[in-house]
Design a protein around this ligand. Structure first.
Ligand SMILES: Cc1cc2nc3c(=O)[nH]c(=O)nc-3n(C[C@H](O)[C@H](O)[C@H](O)COP(=O)(O)O)c2cc1C
Length: 365
């Protein structure tokens, strides 16, 4: 979801107005629900990445954002993305249970460990070494689960980062045993936390074979612990009448790349290693590292089917123009996926796709 500004790409080329504001997010949420999408997923950011776009610089905080969207929807699940360093887990347990009650059990949490020195430096917080970062995330999840599932007043926790004594948090969530817990991360440290504690692994992928290997690895780690974990990735999905038109549009996005913001983003992630070729660096512009799924509607459906066949249980699609593409996707791509039987939980008959609002097609000033 475009809860942050300029979400689709680190580029000045757009075909709609920026969609970060609440009214746009609400409109997209309602369109996604009507189309039968299963969930809405935000990015958590505290400041932008500079450049002419100040990429992601204006953003809606994701707990409060989820609260509003859950109040206006009735079926779709809404996630919040929570930065572990920025919050106290007892407060998050309470906010999460509140959201789960408001939505009658439709809220989920994506825990991210935090990587941007600029964001957390601004708050006076240090970025911990990688392994410790994930140990703290593990402790954070243990506290959430303890407060959400154990008798009030009985949960205790002591670690280098938190001390909870007689942990008490009522109401407990509607969902049993607790709302779905996601971790977004790829590393060995992330995989261990996911296998032990999470319901979903949200990962980035560079190719089908790599994704397949990662999914097998994460799922088998979970099975070894008597658990089951699902996996999702985030593709950038762009389709046109012909493949050439789709490729031309991607070329325009890349030609208008915001080099400064892109450089700041890569530096922050420590990706400015010289080991990436120009093509890879350019493609990282799309959705800040989303996997490109580009072509005609049919080709895009085939590529999504390949992702499914690689073992992924879900996709968080980044769209160039979220509202317009949510409606187009429902009309042009979803029927192809449904025909292959690879999408579930779609309330297509109760909520038929809405007509496309062509006013969205105008070029951005
Ligand atoms: C699908 C996905 C969503 C993410 N969302 C955020 C986010 O909203 N905010 C953030 O600071 N990091 C986000 N991240 C970054 C991860 O939390 C993590 O720092 C990064 O993937 C590197 O993880 P690793 O060191 O375990 O490989 C996201 C990553 C993925 C794969």
């Amino acid at each position: 979801m475009p809860n942050c500004s300029n979400m689709a790409a680190i580029s000045t080329h757009r075909i709609t107005e920026d969609e970060w504001d609440y009214e746009s997010n609400k409109r997209i949420a309602l369109a996604a629900e009507a189309a039968g999408f299963d969930f809405l997923f935000p990015v958590s950011r505290w400041r932008g990445f500079g450049g002419v776009t100040d990429y992601l610089g204006t953003s809606l905080e994701t707990m409060t954002w989820a609260s509003a969207l859950l109040a206006v929807t009735s079926r779709i699940r809404v996630y919040s993305t929570v930065h572990v360093p920025a919050f106290n887990p007892v407060v998050v347990a309470k906010m999460g249970a509140t959201l789960d009650h408001i939505s009658k059990g439709r809220w989920g949490i994506n825990l991210v460990s935090g990587w941007s020195k600029e964001e957390f430096g601004m708050m006076g917080l240090d970025i911990l070494p990688h392994a410790e970062r994930y140990q703290r995330t593990r402790a954070f999840i243990e506290i959430l689960k303890g407060l959400w599932t154990q008798p009030p007043g009985s949960f205790n926790h002591e670690s280098p980062w938190y001390r909870v004594t007689g942990g008490y948090s009522l109401p407990q969530p509607v969902q049993s045993p607790h709302p779905p817990i996601v971790n977004a991360g790829n590393s060995e440290d992330a995989r261990e936390v996911i296998a032990d504690h999470c319901d979903w692994a949200f990962m980035s992928m560079a190719g089908i074979e790599g994704a397949r290997a990662m999914v097998v690895d994460i799922k088998s780690r979970a099975v070894a612990r008597g658990r089951a974990v699902k996996a999702a990735c985030f593709p950038f999905v762009l389709w046109r009448e012909t493949r050439a038109e789709a490729e031309d549009e991607v070329a325009r996005i890349i030609a208008h790349k915001d080099e400064v913001a892109s450089g700041n983003w890569l530096r922050g992630l420590n990706l400015e290693s010289g080991s990436f070729d120009r093509f890879t660096l350019d493609m990282l512009t799309l959705g800040a590292g989303a996997y490109p799924v580009i072509g005609t509607a049919k080709e895009v459906a085939e590529q999504l089917a390949e992702i499914h066949a690689a073992g992924l249980d879900g996709v968080l699609m980044v769209f160039q123009a979220y509202h317009r593409d949510t409606l187009r996707f429902a009309q042009e791509v979803l029927p192809l996926l449904r025909a292959q039987g690879i999408v579930g939980n779609l309330a297509s008959h109760e909520h038929p796709p809405q007509p496309i609002d062509t006013r969205e097609d105008s070029t951005c000033p």
